[in-house]
Design a protein around this ligand. Structure first.
Ligand SMILES: Nc1ncnc2c1ncn2[C@@H]1O[C@H](COP(=O)(O)OP(=O)(O)OP(=O)(O)O)[C@@H](O)[C@H]1O
Ligand SMILES: [Mg+2]
Ligand SMILES: [Zn+2]
Length: 507
């Protein structure tokens, strides 16, 4: 009997669990058994590993092979266990030395000719390995860059099984890809591209300061999408911890190519309005993948043409908006992904889209307009703090060769204002103005007396609902922070009221 063991990682959401791959080769009828809750892709590993070994000039034992992945109760998925299985098979036959001296983690899918293919989730896997005291990780060449994001573990990039075996036998380190420079200049889109739209710009800035969710309403072609796409460029850059977290989520989703690696730019995700609920919140039959809400974690989730979205899709946003994370349960188990994002919705003001503040050319009836926007109503709209009407820029604004304020200028103001809020909330368990709970708004976080009086009058006149009351207060804190006011004064509150009630159309 010969026995060997290697280590690998199985992911549950972002959490990496160590998996021990044991291989036993014993006399008996030739055969191959794989134990330990493998999914379909993993079950097919036998044929891949066998072909890869033979095509790399190694031997496949014509004996009884038992492969056990433990802990046995943990569901395991995907093809990333090919490499640790192949290595353990060779160790069990005494063809390569065991790795006890240097605890090593193996990740990678094998192709039939012995190449090592890239897999998803390498960053969180290597991170888990490091945290569990592993000193070395063998990862696919293409995943080298993300694996290198983890400090304190020796990462070896391998292109083929051959590479890995030569390294384990002789210590010859295969060529690694060139070290990637961290991309510090990832602000591609700049707010200075947008002509006019002073009101909307201000709203964006306040929303960025307080983390308020935002609704942009306006006729087609007025710059709603342009504005929304530029929000990440005015948000404070991600801190180191967030960078790793965001990169890890994108690693699992397989969307790392869409993002500069270790980008400090908050993500911007814009699912199409025909998207389905699983694509929005995550899911999948075998492995549970993060959806748009998690990909937008720490950034912006932008839904264009929001009234065209299926009702269930918008409603699926409620859980993440409430809790900042998302738990998805499937037959294979349940997984929680973080999902704390700034929601930005865009909508045309009416079915024909031409309704505008200047009131020209729209042919829709009042009822049709109301009904159109009511598709958004309900629990979701409840969470939107700021509504802005984005009208066409004027002729003068479009003709002017003066560029608007740049994102960097606005971003600096946002960072300053957030610092003030940070100090205020030092002893609280939230960080942003949009997160102040209602009870605290009534006790510690009231506006100046005059401001409160203004709100009470609006309440009396039924121009403000009780719900709106709290939202206006939260926004007025963000406005106060942007002006450096200690407490929101009457002007701040009135400005907040105008941002909240941005459009009279909304019931
Ligand atoms: N304020 C603006 N400043 C400069 N260019 C603008 C502005 N508004 C619109 N444009 C031009 O119009 C194009 C379309 O803008 P954008 O996609 O942002 O419109 P939209 O409001 O999202 O329209 P839709 O409702 O059709 O989605 C932009 O690519 C840009 O060339
Ligand atoms: Mg658009
Ligand atoms: Zn219309």
């Amino acid at each position: 009997m010969s026995l060997a063991m290697t280590s690998s990682v199985a992911l549950t959401g972002l959490i990496g669990n160590l998996v021990e791959v044991e291989v036993d080769i014993s006399d008996g009828l030739p055969g191959y058994v794989l134990l330990g809750l493998p999914d379909a892709a993993l079950n097919e590993s036998k044929d891949r590993v066998r072909a890869a070994l033979i095509n790399s000039g190694e031997t496949w034992p014509n004996k009884k092979v038992t492969v056990s992945l433990s802990p046995a109760w943990l569901p395991k998925s995907g093809s990333g266990f090919d490499l640790p299985i192949a290595i353990a098979l060779l160790m069990a036959q005494g063809l390569i030395p065991k790795d006890e001296a240097t605890p090593t983690i193996y990740l990678g899918e094998l192709s039939l000719d012995g190449q090592v293919r890239s897999i998803r989730g390498v960053l969180p896997s290597v991170l888990a390995a490091k945290n569990n005291g592993f000193a070395r990780a063998l990862v696919p060449f293409k995943n080298y860059a993300e694996a290198k994001c983890v400090f304190g573990i020796n990462v070896i990039a391998i292109n083929s099984l051959d590479d890995a075996l030569r390294y384990l036998r002789t210590g010859e380190i295969p060529n690694s890809p060139e070290e990637l420079e961290r991309d510090e200049t990832d602000y591609f889109l700049d707010l200075c591209d947008v002509a006019g739209q002073l009101g909307a710009r201000k709203a964006l800035e306040i929303a960025a300061i307080g983390g308020h969710h935002l609704l942009l309403i306006g006729p087609p072609g007025t710059g709603k999408t342009m504005l929304a796409e530029r929000i990440p460029s005015i948000l404070p850059p991600l801190d180191e911890e967030s960078i790793l977290e965001v990169t890890a989520i994108h690693s699992i989703a397989g969307t790392l190519l869409d993002r500069a690696l270790l980008s400090k730019l908050p993500p911007f995700v814009s699912p199409h309005h025909t998207t389905t609920a699983p694509a929005m919140i995550g899911g999948g039959a075998h492995a549970i993948r993060p959806g748009a809400t998690s990909l937008a974690h720490k950034g912006v989730l932008f839904i264009d043409e929001a009234p065209e979205c299926a009702r269930g899709v918008l409603d699926s946003l409620r859980q993440p908006l409430e809790s900042g994370n998302l738990t998805i349960s499937r037959a294979v188990g349940s997984v929680t992904y973080p999902a704390r994002f700034m929601l930005v919705l865009a909508a045309n003001p009416c079915p024909c889209g031409r309704f505008s503040g200047r009131g020209r050319s729209c042919t829709c009836t009042q009822v049709a307009i109301r009904r159109y926007l009511q598709r958004l109503s309900g629990p979701l709209l409840d969470r939107i703090d700021i509504r802005v009407f984005v009208d066409s820029p004027s002729r003068a604004e479009m003709a002017s060769d003066q560029l608007g304020e740049s994102s960097a200028t606005v971003r600096n103001r946002v960072i300053l204002a957030r610092k003030i809020a940070d100090q205020r909330f030092a002893d609280c368990n939230w960080k942003l103005n949009s997160q102040i709970p209602p009870s605290e708004l009534r006790k510690r976080f009231r506006a100046e007396k005059q401001g409160m009086n203004f709100l009470h009058t609006e309440l009396d006149n039924e121009r403000l609902s009780a719900r709106g009351f709290h939202k206006v207060l939260r926004i007025s804190w963000s406005i106060a922070d942007s002006h450096g006011h200690q407490i929101p004064n009457r002007d701040d509150v009135e400005a907040a009221f105008r941002l909240r009630e941005g459009m009279e159309l909304m019931a």
